[in-house]
Design a protein around this ligand. Structure first.
Ligand SMILES: [Zn+2]
Length: 303
């Protein structure tokens, strides 16, 4: 089995200001739904791949965003639940609030698209047994939040420290490094969740074989087409390549993100180069015999 699922977290632009501890700017605050979704669908059509779009429930209170998401679903893309408010501190809330964030996120998506989501992805790759318990209770079909990547974990910890040293407060949080012990391939979670058991199906975010380098949109778009091709070859042979992107991966500084430019190197890469990189990734995977599916289809194959 050689499957690849490309998913996109539709985190709207104010989230990025929050990560860097910056005051949100009104410019481009809805660029993910207004601009990125069109580009993502154009890419998906040209590359002949379905997408799995993880939407944040509260973004859908804006009618234009809700309508745009419904349209994407009609075009055959899967819509997953990325929680109600994208709280970076989701894992630190009480059980009841955690359940609400999941359930109301799903309800908002169902209202917008007419279909309840099957899969869940936690904000900021941060998940705990408490969140998994709520997912199981609510009958969620699969989760895709675990990112067992030492390099990413170290970089995130360092980044939060740097932001704090600059006198700002990042909204981003880091949880236990035990996530680094989790399997890198699809597994049924045990207790604790980084062990195998008979619980919910987890589809971990992709890392390369061996060195477990991060294999996500930001890394690939920063690497550029040639090096992204090399990173892709480092994943070949995996039964599932679970490539996670963000809406911002097809945007650049000219899309009104000038204020993020000093803080986020990927914003400085042109969207044309980013899209070229993503096409190279698809070509390498397809050339190696991979079929492209939604995460729901991948979950079915592993269940
Ligand atoms: Zn997110």
């Amino acid at each position: 089995m050689r499957l690849c699922a490309i998913s996109v977290d539709l985190d709207e632009i104010p989230n990025y200001f929050a990560i860097h501890g910056l005051e949100p700017s009104a410019a481009a605050s809805t660029a993910v739904y207004d601009v990125a979704l069109d580009r993502l669908e154009t890419f998906a059509e040209a590359a002949r791949v379905p997408l799995t779009l993880f939407a944040v429930g509260s973004d859908l209170s804006r009618p234009a965003s809700a309508a745009r998401l419904a349209e994407a679903r009609k075009h055959g893309h899967e819509i997953g639940n990325h929680s109600l408010d994208h709280r970076y501190d989701l894992t630190r809330l009480g059980a009841r609030e955690i359940a609400e964030q999941i359930e109301l996120g799903a309800k908002a998506i169902e209202r917008a698209t007419g279909e309840a989501p099957v899969g869940f992805r936690a904000p900021g790759y941060t998940i705990t047994d408490e969140v998994f318990a709520a997912l199981a209770e609510l009958g969620v079909g699969y989760d895709s939040s675990v990112f067992p990547c030492p390099a990413y974990f170290a970089a995130k910890t360092a980044k939060i420290g740097m932001i704090s040293a600059a006198g700002r407060a990042s909204r981003s949080i880091v949880d236990t490094p035990a996530v680094l012990l989790a399997p890198t391939r699809p597994y049924f979670i045990g207790s604790p969740y980084w062990t195998r058991g008979s619980g919910l199906l987890e589809l971990p975010i992709q890392v390369t074989r061996g060195a477990r380098l991060p294999y996500i949109g930001t890394t690939l778009t920063l690497a550029g087409p040639t090096r992204a091709g090399i990173l892709t070859r480092m994943c070949l042979g995996e039964q599932l390549v679970n490539l996670e992107l963000h809406g911002i991966d097809v945007l650049d500084a000219d899309d009104g993100l000038e204020a993020l430019r000093p803080h986020q190197p990927d914003v400085r890469v042109s969207r044309a180069r980013k899209l070229e990189t993503l096409h190279v990734v698809v070509e390498v995977l397809r050339g190696a015999g991979y079929s492209f599916v939604t995460l729901r289809e991948a979950a079915k194959a592993f269940a």
